[in-house]
Design a protein around this ligand. Structure first.
Ligand SMILES: [Zn+2]
Length: 333
């Protein structure tokens, strides 16, 4: 329990420091465009000055290693690859990061407890992508994504229920369901966690691997979109209320998924998919592999492999729920 107290107090100190840094940067105009000094943000997270190798900066704390690349949105936190809302940039005065990434991306991954203060842990909603007349992607042999997503969702549910978690599904069988209906059910069921399961397809049949998606911060572009210097105003969505918790959920699920599937890690990405954009609780969408890649599709067609996918995702959800529940425990004396 002492450990949690430590996280909270460090988190609160961090928030004050960030706010201070943010206000410092505002009057300078150009500085606020660039964001916050990365060295200061990382120092607040307990990291020393970076070792720099060409375009990369490597920050180390006693427990973690974080690698940034100048001009890139990809950052690697203890081996976990994820996409920032905006690329970090190396300026003559030092490296800069957007305030939203300092708090809701890095802060959430490094100090999850702070992002979980206002979320619940009672009910999990699992969404099997596609269904009915919408088959989704398919393997070369014609196996449909809608069948595979439902299969994996059932396997995840079984594992969560064994651990006493209340689970609802947006669809039980092969029923057609619009994205609106999925969100309506999500709201009606009152879930605390929403996880949508999909399989991927690409024109490039060589592409393989797993991805976990969260919504980008309000006004920032999706991973596949072009970088913008300034966030677009007024483009927030309901899912943005949980930016920090979304990232915590994604990090636990993605770690579990990669560890158990041993699939290629394509990282935690950002997109405004309808179901996660409109979620009323922390939400992620998981792409469990490419049906268009023959080798990966062959693995996915094996029941034992789908069990591994489900195991990894379920472990991630369970870790998330246990962290949220730890916050509800009375403080240790
Ligand atoms: Zn899909």
């Amino acid at each position: 329990m002492g450990g949690i107290g430590k996280y909270i107090s460090r988190g609160a100190g961090m928030a004050v420091l960030l706010l201070f840094l943010f206000f410092l940067s505002v009057p300078a105009g150009a500085v606020s465009l660039k964001g916050l000094a990365l060295n200061d943000v990382m120092a607040a997270h307990g990291f020393g000055l970076p070792s720099e190798y060409g375009r990369s900066a490597v920050y180390r704390s006693r427990t973690s290693t974080v690698v940034f690349t100048s001009g890139s949105r990809q950052v690697v936190v203890d081996g976990l690859a994820l996409y920032l809302n905006r690329a970090v940039e190396k300026y003559p005065g030092g490296w800069m990061i957007s305030p939203v990434d300092a708090v809701d991306t890095l802060g959430a991954v490094l100090f999850p407890m702070r992002a979980l203060k206002k979320v619940g842990a009672a009910t999990v909603i699992l969404d099997a992508g596609h269904g009915g007349g919408d088959p989704g992607a398919r393997t070369g042999a014609g196996v449909q994504e809608k069948q595979l997503t439902l299969d994996v969702v059932h396997r995840i549910r079984a594992r969560l229920q064994q651990c006493g978690v209340r689970v609802w599904l947006t669809r039980e069988g092969d029923s057609a369901m619009t994205l609106d209906e999925r969100c309506w059910r999500m709201g009606k069921l009152g879930g605390d966690v929403f996880v949508s399961i999909h399989f991927n397809a690409s024109r490039n049949t060589g592409t393989s691997g797993v991805e976990t998606y969260v919504v980008p911060a309000a006004g920032y572009p999706a991973t596949a979109e072009e970088e913008r210097r300034q966030p677009r105003r007024g483009s927030g969505c309901p899912g943005n209320r949980f930016d920090g918790a979304n990232m915590v959920l994604a990090s636990f699920i993605h770690k579990g998924l990669v560890a158990h599937s041993q699939a290629e890690d394509r990282g935690i990405r950002r997109a405004r998919f309808f179901v996660i954009r409109n979620a009323e609780c922390p939400a992620v969408l998981v792409e469990c592999g490419f049906l268009s890649n023959r080798r990966e599709a062959d693995r996915i067609l094996k029941e034992a492999y789908r069990d591994q996918l489900a195991e990894g995702i379920a472990r991630g959800i369970l870790t998330y729920l246990s962290r949220v529940r730890e916050l509800r425990l009375p403080p240790a004396r």
